[in-house]
Design a binder for this molecule. Structure first.
Ligand code: BTN
Length: 269
């Protein structure tokens, strides 16, 4: 059962209403749920319009890419899911989510962030790519029937404040407050991410992905020139990341050939 939006969240959403357009309207808040993606999916199945957003303070079964758990302790992060119905936007939602998080966090807090393919939002790699720490992640889950795509749930998790991360991610995770060394307003982060997402979705709905691709490439320097290890049909290979194509696939030069990596695990060396 949705609860009343925390007052700082309601105020930040009001302040960005014009820029958010329909994204974040309506917005529902729950203090705890299994996964906001599951809750948003239930709303979408009952006909919730595009832009409907679920925000939780904690998740008991938050999930990430490749079947991983998304650590979601109470009050330390933003856990949100947005219903998207536009079929032209759907193939680009993972990229759009990453760009919206990087730009929204910067607008709300001043913290510069980068994207690591496909959808990790990380601290800048000033000490080398392996030193980047993950601040946020994006999980797009599509639902289709015989009639085609029904909706995509765009789930976004952002680490706001330091937390006792599980050992397996402790040396790779960080939070906005830990990076800045000061407190931030989570409501403003939420509202600015939704406003940035609205701008991307508006262009995508017109069939224009060029601006999104340009912004993604600018925010993801590690996608070009770094040594990576990836899974290919021939097994695990090492190569040089060579940017993304216009469908968002990572191009990796392995010896004389270029492999297109669509999903799966890529490790930066
Ligand atoms: C990843 O980096 O692997 C993606 C993480 C996505 C986490 C968010 S938190 C809100 C939404 N609900 C979930 O269960 N997952 C996404």
């Amino acid at each position: 059962m949705p609860e009343r939006l925390p007052s700082e969240v309601a105020a930040a959403l009001d302040a960005t209403a014009a820029r958010r357009r329909h994204i974040g309207t309506p917005a529902y808040y729950v203090s705890e749920t299994t996964s906001t993606n599951d809750l948003a999916s239930r709303y979408a199945e009952r006909g919730a319009p595009e832009g409907t957003t679920i925000v939780a303070s904690a998740q008991t079964a938050g999930r990430g890419r490749l079947g991983r758990t998304w650590y979601s302790p109470p009050g330390a992060g933003l856990y949100m899911s947005i219903v998207v119905r536009d079929r032209r936007a759907a193939p680009f939602l993972t990229l759009a989510g990453g760009v919206a998080v990087a730009e929204g966090v910067r607008a709300a807090t001043g913290l510069p962030l980068e994207i690591k393919w496909p959808n990790d939002v990380v601290t800048p790699g000033t000490n080398g790519p392996t030193r980047r720490r993950k601040i946020a992640g994006v999980l797009a889950e599509a639902s289709s029937t015989a009639e085609g795509l029904q909706h995509v749930i765009l789930g976004i998790g952002i680490n706001l404040s330091p937390s006792a991360y599980p050992p397996e991610i402790a040396d790779r995770a960080s939070s906005i407050e830990a990076e800045l060394g000061r407190g931030i307003d989570g409501g403003t982060v939420l509202a600015e991410v939704l406003a940035a997402l609205a701008a991307e979705l508006t262009a995508l709905a017109r069939g224009d992905a060029s601006g999104l691709l340009a912004r993604w490439r600018r925010l993801a320097p590690s996608a070009s020139g770094a040594t990576v290890e990836c899974e290919t049909p021939a097994g695990r290979s090492s190569g040089i990341a060579s940017g993304i194509d216009d469908d968002g696939a990572l191009l990796v030069r392995i010896g004389p050939r270029i492999e297109r990596i669509i999903s799966g695990e890529v490790t930066w060396k």
